[in-house]
Design a protein around this ligand. Structure first.
Ligand code: ATP
Ligand code: MG
Ligand code: FE
Length: 341
């Protein structure tokens, strides 16, 4: 079984071909970072137009890389949300058109499920259920991943996402966009103890994350003029690590029976964060799984793979399936906490 995956929910356009047993036959990606850089963040209208231009050539290129045609593809998987609605519609409508024209089944994939299942594409021995720290540009959550479409959310952020905190801090420091990799680079040359910064919610009995207070503290440190950029970056990154480790340690106490501690999403590309979580897993005698860096940030291989897992579980979608700007993995937990959290 060969799955074509399409991704267009944010500022990466991507197409990939993956087999049901987890072989990546081709993966192509075009990033729009240059187009958005002057604005310091993703501009939805620019993103949607760029996805329209980039997607068809990427699909052609991926098929050519695999020496295949659409006739060789068995399943079409496209991101159907959450994300910027204009971009999501570009990928989903393209997926629907291909599925209709070629007479293939369509799987509408939740982008977050793409991130959540990507560790199983990277490591085919990883079994359900696992404890997942999902840290990305728009999300910061702890989840029990029990199977495709089967998630229990233990924690989420009450304000900013982890990646958002990296991006906003990079902007405050004048480092540029996207901020995560630039902060990581600057932090490597700084002293993580130089700037006293808070660890919001760390040590509390409640399960959630918070990063807004950290961002404000960084702003005050910048405005004070007392600190070097590298020292602020290093201290900020250390504060984020301490928060992520503290909250994940708490969640491990509610995770009897999990097979592994797993991290995924764009922020999981950060080496210092990976190292800290690996230590935490070792202290709990659990295997630690993190996908390779390119599979952490947005890509279509993870969408094809989530499509493969859903298809194998009998989940296919009608061509009327909608694009969704919001789409929680655990709707019950979202409802219990109220909209926005
Ligand atoms: P979501 O997946 O929540 O819809 P998204 O798709 O925009 O959001 P991803 O592509 O998964 O997010 O991740 C992008 C985020 O990851 C950005 O905020 C970026 O700054 C962050 N990021 C990327 N590399 C690193 C890194 N090395 N260190 C820290 N953060 C990073
Ligand atoms: Mg991106
Ligand atoms: Fe993402």
């Amino acid at each position: 079984t060969i799955i074509l995956g399409l991704e267009s929910s944010c500022d990466e356009t991507a197409a990939a071909l993956v087999t049901a047993d987890g072989r990546i036959l081709a993966h192509r990606l075009a990033t729009q970072e240059e187009a958005h850089r002057p604005y310091g963040g993703v501009v939805p209208e620019i993103a949607a137009r760029a996805h329209v231009e980039a997607l068809s050539p990427l699909i052609e290129a991926a098929l050519a890389d695999a020496k295949m045609t659409l006739a060789d593809v068995d399943v079409i998987a496209a991101t159907a949300g959450p994300g910027l609605i204009g971009g999501v519609m570009v990928g989903l409508v393209t997926g629907k058109a291909l599925a209709h024209a070629a007479g293939k089944p369509l799987v509408a994939v939740n982008h977050l499920e793409g991130h959540a299942l990507s560790p199983r594409l990277a490591d085919r021995t990883l079994q359900f259920p696992y404890l997942l720290l999902l840290v990305s540009g728009g999300h910061c959550q702890l989840l029990h991943v029990k199977g495709p479409g089967d998630y229990a959310r233990l924690a989420t952020t009450i304000d900013d996402a982890a990646g958002e905190a990296f991006d906003k801090t990079a902007k405050l420091l004048g480092l540029g966009y996207p901020g995560g990799p630039l902060i990581e680079k600057a932090a490597a040359m700084g002293n993580p103890k130089a700037v006293p910064l808070p660890r919001p919610l760390a040590g509390t009995a409640e399960p959630h994350f918070s990063f807004a207070g950290l961002k404000s503290a960084v702003m005050r440190a910048v405005q004070s003029g007392h600190y070097a950029t590298e020292d602020i970056a290093a201290s900020f990154q250390q504060a984020v690590i301490d928060c992520l480790v503290d909250r994940t340690r708490r969640a491990l106490g509610e995770s009897a029976g999990v097979t592994a501690l797993v991290v995924a999403g764009g922020v999981a590309a950060n080496q210092a964060i990976r190292a800290a979580l690996e230590d935490l897993a070792a202290a709990h005698d659990l295997p630690f799984v993190a996908p390779p860096l390119w599979l952490c940030t947005d890509n279509a291989a993870m969408i094809a793979w989530a499509g493969a897992e859903r298809y194998a579980a009998g989940m296919v979608d009608d061509l009327s399936v909608p694009a969704r700007p919001r789409w929680p993995l655990d709707p019950a937990a979202e409802k219990a906490r109220g909209a926005g959290v």
